[in-house]
Design a protein around this ligand. Structure first.
Ligand code: CO
Length: 134
């Protein structure tokens, strides 16, 4: 069902400093920051030859990553995103096998303008999993 690794997301307390580190120290191709008010985050995408890195920092009140940064003040890996061809079919198959889909269970439009869903980390070895339809 899952295809390519679309991105690894890292929650960071200072997204400008993190972006500068990837651009300067690591010599990566870093895109400009974008605000995602629907998701409560500001994101910076970094293009690697075989995948992307998504830097995340809280935006506004009640950001879904605020609690994560409280527990991990210096930041940390927040989720991994796998590509799927049909997100509704993937969701229904996963739910039938007992996996929990976060939120309403309906796909939202993610940072790339494509439908995404998140799966409960306790059902996937402690790793928050994002599915993106490509
Ligand atoms: Co993501």
């Amino acid at each position: 069902m899952i295809g390519r690794l679309n991105h690894v997301a890292i929650a960071v307390p200072d997204i400008e400093a993190a972006a500068a580190q990837y651009r300067g120290t690591l010599g990566a191709s870093v895109r400009p920051a974008q605000d995602e008010p629907d998701h409560g985050v500001r994101v910076v995408f970094i293009d690697l030859p075989n995948t992307k890195i998504e830097l995340l920092t809280p935006l506004g009140e009640g950001s879904p990553i605020a609690g994560f940064l409280e527990k991990n003040p210096s930041g940390g890996i927040h989720h991994i995103c796998y590509e799927v061809e049909d997100i509704i079919a993937a969701r229904d198959q996963l739910k039938a096998s007992g996996a929990r889909v976060l939120g309403s269970g309906e796909p939202k439009i993610g940072a790339h303008g494509k439908p995404v869903l998140f799966l409960h980390p306790k059902d996937f070895n402690g790793c928050l999993v994002e599915l993106e339809q490509v």
